[in-house]
Design a protein around this ligand. Structure first.
Ligand SMILES: C[S@@+](CC[C@H](N)C(=O)[O-])C[C@H]1O[C@@H](n2cnc3c(N)ncnc32)[C@H](O)[C@@H]1O
Length: 325
């Protein structure tokens, strides 16, 4: 890294916070509806006019907004990103990033204690934003995932820690003979049910409350474990591996989809290293894993014959087969 690159990285928080704060205040979703004058926008959103005008100047200079005849507008290229109704919307993902940012700003405290920061009072709103953010991100990754795994010959899938269930909804759309269960914690399932409502394949999907640390998953041919294991340390992951193995029939599959390290020496990629910092700030013992570590732990629970796929710069997929007859 050169000194110039270092300075650019260090200053990177400024544009990020300007965009996330504007998103959190509703600037983009409002302007997606129709362009508005800065004063009118401030009045609509209950914001200070001078503050909004200053932020708007920055947003226009950054290219996140544009001015048309004195009105602020969302550029055409970003409309779908900021429109909550679009299938490529990042509205919830950005709202979640705003909450994540609050934790990252207190990384100094985490560094002293090694403990995650206490959760704030906005828990319900934050949980909902988190789960819908997972949907925003899963919509992008779902096709790549199912391009790499053919579930045409399998009957029932359990999505362990399935969150909004977007990956599974995409699987149901791809594989017409598949049925599925989203298995998740009690607070999350009402959000998942609401998210799946209205999707035609939803009639092949059910929901089961459960804690993968404490109880076996429902019987299935395939268990999908996506973006769950980074929330836990070695003991938690070993418990989850045993509870997953107890549900998958012999010859069935576990699909582990995670932001993984390249190797156990943590050589890269940088995106995984930064995600590990995120888990440090948000969980007592969460971390990112190398494929070999997960194969060892899930191997101890009865899975083997591993295959692996790189899905994108930081996401990998491990496919293991349940031993036994
Ligand atoms: C990061 S989200 C991933 C959602 C989804 N699997 C995906 O990849 O888009 C993690 C999910 O795991 C769930 N979860 C965390 N711990 C769990 C546990 N012990 N048992 C069941 N679900 C759990 C969370 O509630 C959340 O919905």
């Amino acid at each position: 890294m050169t000194p110039q690159e270092l300075e650019r990285v260090v200053g990177g928080f400024q544009p990020s916070i300007v965009i996330l704060a504007a998103n959190h205040a509703g600037v983009f979703t409002t302007l997606v509806g129709s362009p508005m004058a800065p004063d009118a926008l401030a009045a609509r959103l209950g914001l200070d006019a001078r503050a909004l005008a200053t932020l708007a100047d920055a947003l226009v200079c950054l290219g996140a907004l544009e001015r048309r005849d004195g009105l602020l507008a969302v550029p055409e290229a970003l409309r779908a990103t900021f429109d909550p109704a679009s299938s490529t919307s990042m509205d919830s993902a950005f709202t979640h990033q705003w909450h994540v940012l609050q934790r990252w700003a207190r990384l100094d405290a985490v560094l002293e204690t090694g403990r995650p920061l206490p959760r704030g009072r906005q828990d319900d709103e934050q949980l909902r934003a988190f789960i819908l953010a997972m949907a925003d991100m899963a919509r992008r990754g779902a096709w790549t995932l199912w391009d790499n795994v053919d579930l045409g010959a399998f009957g029932h899938l359990v999505d362990v820690g399935g969150g909004p269930g977007e990956l599974t909804l995409a699987a149901l759309e791809r594989f017409p003979n598949l049925t599925a269960t989203v298995f998740d914690l009690p607070d999350v399932l009402p959000i998942a049910r609401g998210y799946a409502a209205g999707r035609a394949v939803g009639r092949r999907l059910d929901f089961k409350v459960g804690d993968a640390l404490k109880s076996r998953i429902p019987p299935c041919d395939v268990a999908l474990v996506s973006s769950l294991l980074h929330s836990y340390g070695p003991d938690g992951v070993a418990k989850i591996a045993r509870n997953v193995a107890a549900g998958v029939r012999p010859g069935g599959l576990v699909l582990i989809r995670e932001f993984m390290w390249d190797d156990e020496a943590h050589s890269g990629p940088p995106t995984t290293a930064l995600f590990a910092v995120n888990m440090l700030s948000g969980t007592p013992d969460g971390q990112c894993w190398a494929p070999s570590e997960l194969e060892r732990i899930f191997g101890g629970a009865g899975f083997g014959d591993w295959g692996s796929h790189r899905l994108d710069a930081r996401t990998s997929l491990l496919v293991g087969v349940r031993a036994g007859r």
